[in-house]
Design a protein around this ligand. Structure first.
Ligand SMILES: Nc1nc2c(ncn2[C@@H]2O[C@H](COP(=O)(O)OP(=O)(O)O)[C@@H](O)[C@H]2O)c(=O)[nH]1
Ligand SMILES: [Mg+2]
Length: 236
């Protein structure tokens, strides 16, 4: 570039205002755009599509089984339905055999007689965060929630239990039954201690009446859970 060309460009740049470089995230008046919420994750989409599937279903008696991975949720559904639901819940040695974090969930509902059971992925994991679970799961479409806890009641369990008890307080449903899974590993002395440990959670949902010790190995508690289903649906 010659000296005169450089000088001409310099003079122009001083006297002609340059167009302001624009912040692509600002509106024309410089204000910030309203924050656009991120698109729903596959986990959230699957929970929303479960809600739509339930709307299309004529079965009124709906039960959802929730808990951390490995608590025994799928085994509980298999036991309570005598292995006769369709489709059958998948029970696997993996930490979380039920995965809703990728696309194309099956309908999510297992039918047994005039009952509809929904098996859920264990919450409190990277793939199934408790926050997403609580904000998107269609709890209001269920009459009963079986919340399965095993050895240690985690912070996630506590959050979920208090979320459902708040829904119950506000709307009367869903009814919450607390299930202590894997009870075959417990001694007689463990049981009163566990009831005491869980007493604050039980106070939220109607006392020790709403605690059932269950084992998929010995089938302890299966009859009690069936009786509860029938009683809760009749009182509903
Ligand atoms: N000993 C014993 N094992 C169980 C019990 N419930 C489930 N399991 C085993 O624990 C693993 C996870 O069970 P599953 O029902 O898939 O748990 P989920 O992840 O909560 O659905 C499987 O290998 C089951 O056979 C139980 O009550 N007692
Ligand atoms: Mg499972």
């Amino acid at each position: 570039m010659g000296f005169f060309t450089w000088l001409r460009d310099k003079v122009i740049s001083i006297f002609v205002p340059q167009s302001k470089s624009r912040d692509p995230w600002s509106n024309d008046d410089g204000s910030q755009h309203e924050e656009i919420p991120p698109p729903p994750t596959p986990f959230e989409q699957n929970m929303q599509s479960l809600g739509r599937n339930l709307d299309a279903l004529s079965v009124e008696r709906r039960i959802v089984v929730i808990g951390r991975p490995g608590a025994g949720k799928s085994s509980l559904i298999r036991a309570i339905t005598s292995g006769d639901s369709f489709p059958q819940p998948y029970i696997g040695p993996e930490t979380d055999a039920t995965n809703w974090s990728s696309k194309n969930l099956h309908s999510g509902v297992s039918l047994y007689r005039n009952w509809a059971f929904v098996d859920t992925p264990g919450y409190g994991t990277t793939l199934h965060p408790t926050r997403e679970f609580l904000s998107c799961f269609p709890f209001q479409k269920f009459s009963i929630v079986f919340a399965v806890v095993s050895e240690k009641v985690s912070k996630d369990d506590e959050e979920v239990i208090s979320h459902i008890s708040t829904l119950q307080e506000q709307h009367g449903t869903p009814k919450l039954v607390l299930v202590r899974g894997r009870s075959d590993g417990l001694s007689e002395g463990d049981r009163p201690r566990i009831s005491i440990d869980l007493s604050d959670k039980l106070a939220l949902i109607g006392g020790t009446e709403q605690l059932v010790f269950f084992s998929a190995a010995t089938l302890e508690g299966v009859d009690t859970l069936r009786e509860k289903l029938i009683a809760l649906f009749t009182s509903h």
